[in-house]
Design a protein around this ligand. Sequence first.
Ligand code: BGC
Length: 261
Amino acid sequence: MYPSLEGKVVVITGAATGLGRAMAVRFGAEKAKVVINYFNEEQEVQAIIDEVEKAGGSATAIQGDVTKEEDVKRMIDHAVKTFGSLDVMVNNAGIENEVPSEDLSLDDWNKVISTNLTGQFLGSREALDYMLENDIKGSIINMSSVHQKIPWPHFVHYAASKGGVKLLTETLALEFAPHGIRVNCIAPGAIDTPINAEKFEDPELKKGVIELIPMGYIGKPEEIASCAVWLASSEASYVTGLTLFADGGMTQYPGFQAGKG
Ligand code: BGC
């Protein structure tokens, strides 16, 4: 547990499912005040609020599209109006779809880049602006992926967006370090979340993914949430510009595991 997170105001984008939801609950367990941003999961929202509160935190929810400037501004305003501040911004909302690159439409490219990269820029910018103005030594956490490093055929838009998240994070970390604002990202590997549900329902596809993971299992959302609370806490007070890979070793060249080469 991280006592420094008690009472802190945390905005999490895309918090209605998957990693966002797991992070919301974990921040709740740290007694934080959590702003759950969702896109179109109205039906789910009350259950998530209840879960965060049951875990020990406070929660509120706000609909919003991370690709829209006015929606992102509304999220931050909602956090400040409801809970009085903003201490931690988790830019988590993300999408992916598989398309061979020669067939990838500009529309699909734009959708992924604007959600995964522009959305994180907007969330970071609005949070930084608030933190600077209010002299808050806050923390920004961007959600990257092992594919900020590992090329991913048929997902070129996704890989490009995550490569962008890496340098977005590092550049902002450098720019805002003098203000005591830390900017880091988490790069998960294959995690058991709805984004992967279809793939993991197919035993062959699942086996193929597990073969790429030296630790031999698909990660749990809670294993990513525990990275987020550490990064946001004062225990990581000297950490900025970091990409925290949480991937069971996926980025450590699993093909070489048997000592070949
Ligand atoms: C993607 C998953 C994928 C994993 C490893 C993640 O960023 O969201 O769909 O399984 O990377 O390839």
